[in-house]
Write a protein that binds this ligand. Sequence first.
Ligand SMILES: C[S@@+](CC[C@H](N)C(=O)[O-])C[C@H]1O[C@@H](n2cnc3c(N)ncnc32)[C@H](O)[C@@H]1O
Length: 245
Amino acid sequence: MRVPLADVEIARARLLPLAPGGFEEADADDEVELRLYTDSAGEARVREVFGSVSSALVESGWEDRWRAFHRPVRAGGLWIGPPWETPPPDELAIVVDPGQAFGTGAHPTTQACIELLAAHERGSVLDAGCGSGVVAIAAARLGFGPVAGVDSDPVAVAAARANVALNGVGIEMLLADVLRDALPAADLLVANVDLPVVEALLARLPAVKAITSGYLAYEAPRVPGWELRAHLELDGWAADSLALS
Ligand SMILES: C[S@@+](CC[C@H](N)C(=O)[O-])C[C@H]1O[C@@H](n2cnc3c(N)ncnc32)[C@H](O)[C@@H]1O
């Protein structure tokens, strides 16, 4: 739907409950176009609230179109690629098929976490917000252990478990909310989530050391007791290595 610039705040507020997974915005002259991907029931709910909206069918196969862009990357001395690519025989490698979960390994926040992880003292790891499991699996391959992963999205936990099997590593992947549920004990927390979740999680003191990301280069978690030990920026994103003082 298109709304005048002056009304966009109100339109966003009305649309958000109908699109908890998010929506797109694009400038269109002196208006803003709000775009939502949904099914016919979702479309009916939007029409009920907004009246006139235009809609178009999305081509089938959109769920898997990302696969064409899933290319191997290197981070922390590891080759990280999709299962349909062949890892170089002389390199430490992991394969990841994120399915509908976050985490091909290509995102700067994921790469920065793995870089900081590779330089970190070895020990047990909790990957909070594990998505596809890419960071937890990288940790296991880099010699950390035991490693556990947690995500509140069942789709992510299923993908992470499948990736654990694909890589032949022993990692427990659990369905849990990192802000509310009991968490496995670990020396090192890795949390590539968003800044409010990172800060709330650090305040729970789930470990004595942490690698955090998921926020922009000009942002940083500020939580009493945690001191900065290392900082990395990649493509405008930040990752930090922290320790309890
Ligand atoms: C940006 S992805 C990171 C995935 C992967 N660790 C990586 O670095 O590529 C963040 C993940 O955190 C999960 N998440 C967000 N809030 C959470 C919460 N409160 N409890 C558990 N998982 C959460 C999301 O479902 C998502 O899979």
